[in-house]
Design a binder for this molecule. Structure first.
Ligand SMILES: Nc1ncnc2c1ncn2[C@@H]1O[C@H](COP(=O)(O)OP(=O)(O)OP(=O)(O)O)[C@@H](O)[C@H]1O
Length: 289
């Protein structure tokens, strides 16, 4: 559905994306990366809001530059930060967005909005003002506006940051359901969001694709690099903080999970990597920043 070839974006002299190649089918695809990796830049390009400096993007066979208008109609986008009108009701807001998206028939708007409000579980809040909504309800309304027009591609930028665990699960399930009939591209730096809902994943690191493939493949990036060891408090304090994934106090010191090419001294045991270990092994020392 989406084909990205040799894509680069430079802001003045700052390279935000360099030589990105990716293929995304009709699936729920995760884009993982630390802050500043270039996730938002990539999503804004795919949403036709930003022009690339170099490279080509095809969406459903159409070229992003020459068919931008067509692609915009096929794409729903939920940005990381978006403006909601607090004085409007959920229904009024969605009706306004639907008009902006070119859905001219009032009857068609009413039917779509009713259906989408059901999908995002806000049907009983249609007449409530947005200023009374919780963070999770606002995110669900954000997805509702992106779903208007039944887009073939849904692009969602860090949607779960700031949500409580229950709302995060609810939101992830909503995206999974949406991906049954379309391509969903989910950007996040929360590994658990990818683990629970995506079929494939790419890791963006300093503007480059460091990995693209299955979740099992990402996990394997840390094969042979993950250790569990009980460290004394002194050994623990001497450790590079970015190499310690978890540390729990015990009667004898600290029980640590460590991602490192060299095993910790003493009683370290090699353990099976998790998806998070694979991601941390790839982005490595950048966690120091
Ligand atoms: N308009 C801009 N002008 C100059 N530099 C920019 C601009 N927008 C982003 N950048 C820089 O480009 C790089 C990638 O930014 P981007 O926002 O795409 O990353 P991100 O992975 O989405 O990060 P975050 O999770 O923090 O939003 C960063 O170094 C950022 O400072």
């Amino acid at each position: 559905m989406i084909e990205i070839r040799n894509l680069s974006k430079t802001y003045k002299h700052h390279p935000a994306l360099t030589g990105v190649n990716l293929e995304i089918g009709q699936e729920m695809f995760g884009l993982l990366g630390p802050n500043g990796a270039g996730k938002t830049t990539l999503m804004r390009i795919l949403s036709t809001l930003l022009e690339p400096t170099e490279g080509t993007v095809r969406v459903g066979g159409l070229n992003l530059l020459s068919d931008a208008e067509h692609i915009r109609k096929m794409t729903g986008y939920l940005p990381q930060y978006f403006h909601l009108y607090p004085q409007l009701t959920a229904y009024e807001f969605l009706d306004y967005v639907a008009v902006m998206k070119g859905i001219k028939s009032a009857r068609e708007r009413k039917s779509q909005i009713g259906e989408i409000l059901q999908q995002v579980n806000l049907a009983d809040k249609a007449g409530a003002k947005i200023k009374t909504f919780s963070g999770g309800m606002k995110q669900r309304l954000g997805i509702a506006q992106a779903l208007l027009g039944d887009p073939k591609v849904l692009i969602v930028d860090e949607p779960t940051a700031g949500l409580d665990p229950e709302e995060r699960v609810r939101f992830r399930n909503l995206l999974s359901r949406s991906s049954l009939s379309r391509t969903v591209l989910l950007s996040t730096h929360i590994v658990a969001d990818i683990e629970s809902s995506c079929s494939r994943v790419a890791v963006l690191h300093r503007g480059r694709i460091a990995f693209a493939g299955s979740l099992a493949g990402l996990q394997e990036c840390a094969e042979g690099l993950v250790w569990e060891a009980e460290l004394s408090e002194r050994e623990f304090a001497a450790y590079e903080p970015h190499e310690v994934v978890t540390a729990r106090r015990t009667d004898h010191g600290m029980l640590c999970r460590i991602v490192s090419a060299t095993p910790p001294a003493g009683n370290a045991a090699a353990v099976k990597p998790t998806l998070e270990d694979g991601y941390l092994a790839l982005i490595g020392g950048d966690r120091r920043e």
